[in-house]
Ligand binder design. Sequence first.
Ligand code: FAD
Ligand code: NAG
Ligand code: NAG
Length: 568
Amino acid sequence: MAPLVLRLLGLVPILLGLAASQDWKTEGSQDPFEKCMHDPDYEQLLKVVTLGLDRTLKPRRVIVVGAGVAGLVAAKVLSDAGHKVTILEADNRIGGRIFTYRDRNTGWIGELGAMRMPSSHRILHRLCQGLGLNLTKFTQYDENTWTEVHEVKLRNYMVEKLPEKLGYALRPQEKGHSPEDIYQMALNQALKDLKALGCRKAMKKFERHTLLEYLLGEGNLSRPAVQLLGDVMSEDGFFYLSFAEALRAHSCLSDRLQYSRIVGGWDLLPRALLSSLSEPVLLNAPVVAITQGPHDVHVQIKTFPRARNLKALKADVVLLTASGPAVQRITFSPPLPRHVQEALRGLHYVPATKVFLSFRRPFWREEDIEGGHSNTDRPSRMIFYPPPREGALLLASYTWSDAAATFAGLSQEEALRLALDDVAALHGPFVRQLWDGTGVVKRWAEDPHSQGGFVVQPPALWHTEKDYEPYDWSVPYGRIYFAGEHTAYPHGWVETAVKSALRAAIKINSREEPAFETASPEGQRQRQGPAHGVAGSPSSDLAEEEGSHPPVQGQLPLQHTTYTRTWH
Ligand SMILES: Cc1cc2nc3c(=O)[nH]c(=O)nc-3n(C[C@H](O)[C@H](O)[C@H](O)COP(=O)(O)OP(=O)(O)OC[C@H]3O[C@@H](n4cnc5c(N)ncnc54)[C@H](O)[C@@H]3O)c2cc1C
Ligand SMILES: *[C@@H]1O[C@H](CO)[C@@H](O)[C@H](O)[C@H]1NC(C)=O
Ligand SMILES: *[C@@H]1O[C@H](CO)[C@@H](O)[C@H](O)[C@H]1NC(C)=O
C-alpha cells in the first residue's frame, strides 16, 4: 500500500516536469538552447540522406580512411553519386565505435559502443529508415530502477520526488525537486545569458567555463546539489570540462528524452551500409602515410610481412574519418599545416568503458525493472538493464570520463569481478550465484584504433572570449577532407558522425580542381580514364603502385560481413 502511494506521489513531479517541458516545446523552435545548437544546414543534410547527392559529371577517385559510420555513410552517398570510392579500414571489422557483441551460446547481444538515439536525431532516423532497419524504443528511464549513494538505496521514483532522502543537505528551495529540475534551475542563468548576449556570444562565454564553475557560480546551486547531479546524473564526467560541451550533451542525453535503438543490434547499421555499397572495403588496412601531389594523392597502407606487395593507392581525394589520435599517427607529406596539427592535438578524448555480465536469468524483472538504468556511487556507476525478453546480458557498468578510471588497468577478470560486486551490492548477494561466469569488458581508451571514447572539450582557456572560434573541420587541406564524431557537434553521437560525413561528401561532390590542375586537362583525362564513373566498374582501375590484391567487396551477404580478410 505505502509503496504504491509513494509511487503515485512520485509521478506527480514527473508529470508536472513533463508538462513544463512540453510547454516549452509547444513554442516550437523557441527553446533557446535547442535554437542555439541547431545546425543551419540540418535540413539540407536531411535532404541528402534521403535523396542522395546530385549525380556527378566529374567522377573522382575517393579513398575513405576508416569504416566507422562516418566513413561508410560518406562512401555510400559518394558512390551513389557516381564517384569511385575505396574504404581502407585498420581493424578486422567495420563499424568502429558501433560494435555489437553477440554471445554465441545464448544469442544475447550487448552494445559495446553506441546503444541509443534520441528522437531529435532525425537524420539518423531517416538513414536507418532508408536502409530498411527497424527501430524500437530504447528505455532510458524506468522508475523502478535504483539509486544507491552513501549506502542509502532508493527507487528512482523516490529520487525524482525527494532526492534529499539520499542524504544530500540540499537548500530548502532545492528540496523536493528532481535532479533534472535542479539542473534546469541552474540553467536559468545560462538562459538569461542566451537571451541577453545572443547565441554566439553566450556559447563563446560558455566555452571558457567548466560545468562545475558554472553550477556553483552563476547556477547558484549548493555544493550538495552539485554533488547530487554529479552522482545521480553522471554530470561529474563534465565537471572539469567545458560548460558548452555539457549543454550540448544535455540536449541529447537526459532521462526526460525519448530514445530508439536498432532492432537486432546496432551493427546492422554499418552492415546495411556496407551491403548498399558497390565498392570495396579493405580490412586490416591501416593507413600510415598520405602524400599529396599536384595531380593526385597517394595513400600508403602498413605492409605486413606477407602482404602481397600492396603498398600505395592513388586517388583524387582522401577523406579521413579516423579519430584524432589515429590521424596523428599518419605521416603526411607535405605535413599538415600547423593549425590543423594543433587542432588535432587539441582534441580532448574521454575514456568510455562498458562491462557486461551474463546472468542465468534476468533477476531484475523480479523487481519490476524493464529497462532504464540504476545509479551507484560505487565504481560501476551506471547499470543498464536489457529490454524484456531479450536475455540476461546486463550492462553492469557504463562509465566515462574520470569515472572510467576505476576500471583502467584491471585485468578482464578483475573488471568483471568489480562490476559483479557492485551489482551484488545493489541487488543482493544472491546475484553472485546467478552469474554464469562470463562477460565482456570494452575499454575504448585502450582500443588500438579508436584510442579514446569520444571527444569532450575542456574550457577553451587558450583563447579570449572574443577570438575563440572552434576549429572548422569542414575545410579541406588540399585533397584531404575530414569527417567523424570529433569534427562536428555535439561530440560523441552517431548522428554527429553522419552529419560530418554528409558535409564532407557534399564538398567532395562539388569540388573544383585547383587552377594548376585544369592547366593540364590532357593529364587529367588520362588519369581518370573512361571507366570512371560507371557504377559498379571493377575496382582494379583504382591505380595501385605496386601489385594488386583483390579487395573485399562491399556486396557481401549479411552473414559474411564479419568475415575478416587479412592482409597478413
Ligand atoms: C561507449 C560508447 C557509447 C556510445 N554510445 C552512443 C549512443 O548511445 N548513441 C550515439 O549516437 N553515439 C554513441 N557513441 C558515439 C558513437 O559511437 C560515435 O560518435 C560514432 O560511432 C563515431 O563514428 P566515426 O565514424 O566518427 O568514428 P569510428 O566509429 O571510430 O570510426 C573510425 C574508423 O577508423 C578506423 N581507423 C583508425 N585509424 C585508421 C587508419 N590509420 N587507417 C584506416 N582506418 C583507421 C577505426 O578502426 C574505425 O573503424 C558512443 C561511443 C562510445 C565509445
Ligand atoms: C523489420 O520488420 C519487418 C516486419 O516485422 C520484418 O519483415 C523485417 O525483416 C525487419 N527488418 C529487419 C532488417 O530486421
Ligand atoms: C543564491 O542562492 C542563495 C541561497 O538560496 C540566495 O540567498 C542568493 O540570493 C542567490 N544568489 C543569486 C545571485 O541568485
